[in-house]
Design a protein around this ligand. Structure first.
Ligand code: F6P
Length: 750
């Protein structure tokens, strides 16, 4: 097809040019034809005169005009000689052939050779050529001969010559076209050979040298894109790469050339609060913060988040900025202050009473209020303005986090069209039917499609999103590349399973675990033989906390041998407690724990120990080490990082993970005991298996889980997204360059 187009581009003008030339040539051809014919006729007349001169002069001298007449008659037998006359030196016509047009007489109008038109009786009327030849012998003139040549054949000769000219031009045109095609073919071949050489992975420098100059920029871009793609797939799929902060820093240096990085999330990584001991810094119970904070330490840049601590304002400067982490500052935290009305509408209202239950299948009805939506739009716009305020460049890399900011990508895109926007949706994405009940579904989808890259934890959530877009918006979706094109803007939709910072090897893993295990067990009043089950969550109805308690109850019912020999320690960080749903949930959790403990009130240790309070990260890690079984029983969860943190903390390669099939982590952590939290029998049975599991099996499972979490850690998660971002940035630059090169000069100036 391109060859065809190329040929047409050359061949059409060539054909038109040759047709034009042939048309212009026709009058010239006629003129040349006439000139050559006249010269021909004059030569012929001269020749005849020379031949006849001697006998004719003899007859003239003898005045034998009868023989002169006969001689003239026989001379015109030559087919183009129409008539001949003999005139004496005085210009009197003495003898002439019968065909001679007597009106011409001996002296044609100008007395010279030339073409005249005659009217003849026979069919030869039309142009004739007169050729006047003197009869000279030895210097003496004996009169002259007037030759009349028929020029009727000229038209025939002219049309014949035209035919030849057209044929010649046609042959020439065909030859030129064939040569052009050959040259085009050879060039195309060279282009293709150059491009193929690159695609075959031959030495790029040699491929460049051998390629035609005009194809070199394409080869350069192609090389760049291919090496990007191969680097990307190497980085993505090479499980042997050990990802850590340094790998990520190197990646930023190599791929993003130190480009500016900004993170936007609702929850801030460090909260300053007033306590009796003065201002203290706390780390919030947030999977998002756990995941993104180590990345920010590695990348530097700026993190924009809501300032929510009681001492946040006095810990930051007038613009809400401060350097964090407090012990080793490596990036800037910019706090945004929200009014009570804004926080109630945007955070508690639309985000947590609308989108949160909408996206989690936990049987809590979403609540959509127009007033909340207004605050959600307003706060998203405030964060978009803050991004513009904080950025020093026109094309920063912006990492937008979570369902609090569904509108932000489009808003940023409008303010910073050249920014690379990576949005990560930390919670599940439901199917189109479920999502379709949101009154502002289109606005949310349009907002998210402002992203360059949109990430989900699992392929299933990604698929749900694409199907939702397909259902509600007019877009072009390319399933092979997982891209959505909406209003001329392309968004890549991918799954990037989030993870945690891998703490790294310690000298002796078993020692790391033994000390906190002993201490915490002592604190809880447990003997060495007692089994400690652990749950660590935000106090949220999606986490399956009540189902977890009931599974323990069911186990004790079915297997009374465990009564008084185990307890479940539930650490629950208070969350969104302003909302009725959460207050009601807390009451139900407390009531369930109390009921079960009462039921097994005779037991030496209560089955449930409930701690509804904030624990520091360090304290949580110690509990992971102290327990025998970690229970993650979410009814629906994007990923669930508690599961991964538990695995990372178990340097002793002991302990069992019970994991809900409805948590994204279940797709990766296959060696966990995977359960359906709605099925109490199944969970109770899994608990029994875990409690009775031999140390060897625990070790085997834990080793495999640890290898996975170590290799697929948070740096790999961030690295994969940033490599994709770097490729998207380069592609955008190449497209810009191609557009710039192909744009007309006037357009370029704009
Ligand atoms: O699970 C979604 C999520 O945004 C997490 O990323 C985070 O851990 C949690 O919710 C935070 O909730 P909140 O900020 O409302 O306490």
């Amino acid at each position: 097809m391109p060859r065809m187009r190329l040929s047409l581009r050359f061949l059409l003008p060539i054909s038109v040019l040759f047709a034009l030339l042939a048309t212009l040539m026709m009058p010239l051809v006629d003129a040349w034809n006439l000139r050559w014919s006249i010269r021909d006729l004059d030569n012929q007349s001269q020749l005849i005169t020379e031949t006849l001169k001697e006998p004719l002069v003899e007859l003239i001298v003898k005045e034998d005009y009868a023989k002169v007449q006969a001689m003239l008659n026989s001379a015109i037998k030559e087919k183009r000689l129409y008539a001949l006359a003999y005139c004496d030196e005085a210009g009197k016509m003495r003898r002439w052939t019968q065909t001679f047009p007597t009106e011409l007489g001996c002296a044609p109008s100008n007395g010279e050779n030339g073409v005249v038109r005659i009217n003849s009786d026979d069919s030869r009327g039309g142009p004739v050529h007169l050729s006047i030849q003197p009869l000279k012998d030895e210097g003496q003139v004996f009169g002259y001969l007037v030759f009349v040549h028929d020029m009727g054949y000229l038209e025939h000769r002219s049309s014949e010559t035209r035919g030849y000219v057209i044929a010649a031009f046609t042959i020439l045109a065909v030859l030129v076209m064939m040569i052009t095609l050959l040259v085009a073919h050879l060039s195309w071949h060279n282009w293709m050979a150059g491009i193929r050489a690159v695609l075959r992975g031959e030495n790029p420098i040699r491929a460049m040298e051998q390629a035609d100059p005009e194809v070199r920029p394409i080869i350069r871009d192609l090389n760049q894109m291919l090496s990007d793609a191969s680097r990307r797939s190497t980085l993505r799929d090479d499980a042997t790469t050990q990802w850590g902060p340094e790998t990520l820093r190197q990646l930023l240096h190599d791929h993003l050339y130190g480009d500016e990085i900004l993170v936007v999330s609702n929850r801030e990584p460090y909260v300053h609060v007033h306590t009796d001991q003065g201002i203290q810094v706390q780390r919030p119970a947030s999977g998002l913060v756990t995941a993104v904070e180590p990345v920010m330490r590695a990348c530097s840049g700026t993190w924009i988040a809501q300032g929510s601590g009681s001492a946040d304002k006095e810990s930051a400067d007038a613009k809400g900025r401060l350097r964090v982490p407090p012990d080793r500052p490596s990036y800037t935290l910019r706090r945004i202050w929200l009014s009570e009305e804004e926080e109630r509408g945007y955070y508690y209202g639309f985000a947590n009473e609308g989108i949160w239950p909408l996206c989690h299948i936990a049987h809590v009805r979403p609540n959509f209020r127009g007033a909340d939506w207004e605050q959600y739009v307003k706060v998203n716009q405030r964060f978009a303005d803050a991004v513009v305020e904080e950025t020093n460049t026109h094309d920063p890399v912006i990492l937008v986090q979570d369902y609090h900011f569904a509108l932000l990508p489009r808003m940023i895109r409008e303010l910073l069209p050249r920014a690379t926007i990576l949005t990560f949706w930390h919670i599940p994405w439901p199917n189109p039917e479920s999502f379709g009940i949101c009154p502002w579904r289109n606005e949310i989808l349009e907002g998210l499609l402002g992203s360059t890259i949109l990430g989900f934890h699992t392929p299933y959530h990604r698929k749900n999103f694409i199907e939702t877009v397909d259902r509600f918006l007019e877009t072009r979706i390319e399933h092979e590349n997982s891209t959505i094109s909406y209003r001329g803007k392309l968004t890549m939709v991918q799954d990037y399973p989030i993870s945690i910072h891998w703490p790294g090897a310690t000298a002796d893993g078993a020692d790391m675990v033994a000390e906190p295990r002993q201490r915490i067990r002592q604190q809880l009043g447990l003997d060495d033989e007692d089994k400690l089950l652990l749950g660590v969550d935000r106090l949220d109805y999606t986490k399956g906390i009540i189902e977890r308690f009931e599974a323990v109850e069911r186990l004790l019912e079915k297997r009374p041998e465990w009564v008084g020999r185990l307890c479940l320690l539930q650490i629950a960080a208070p969350s969104r407690s302003l909302l009725d749903e959460y207050q009601g949930f807390e009451s139900r959790v407390r009531a369930t724990a109390a009921r079960i403990n009462e039921r097994f009130g005779d037991a030496r240790i209560p089955p449930i120990l409930l701690r509804i309070e904030q624990h520091s990260h360090g304290a949580v890690v110690e509990h992971y080490r102290a327990c025998d079984i970690c229970m993650v029983t979410s009814l629906h969860d994007g990923m669930n990082l508690v599961a991964k943190e538990f695995v990372a903390a178990r340097e002793d390669e002991a302990g069992v993970l019970i994991l809900s099939q409805f948590a994204g982590a279940a797709g990766e952590l296959r060696e966990a005991l995977v359960i359906n939290p709605y099925d109490r029998e199944e969970t109770a049975a899994a608990l029994h298996s875990a409690l009775s599991m031999a140390p060897a099996e625990q070790r085997e499972r834990m080793r495999s889980l640890r290898a996975l979490v170590r290799d697929f850690n948070i740096y790999r998660w961030a690295g994969r997204m940033l490599v994709d971002a770097a490729v998207a940035r380069r592609q955008a630059r190449i497209q810009e360059r191609i557009f710039y090169q192909s744009a007309s000069p006037s357009r370029r100036k704009r």
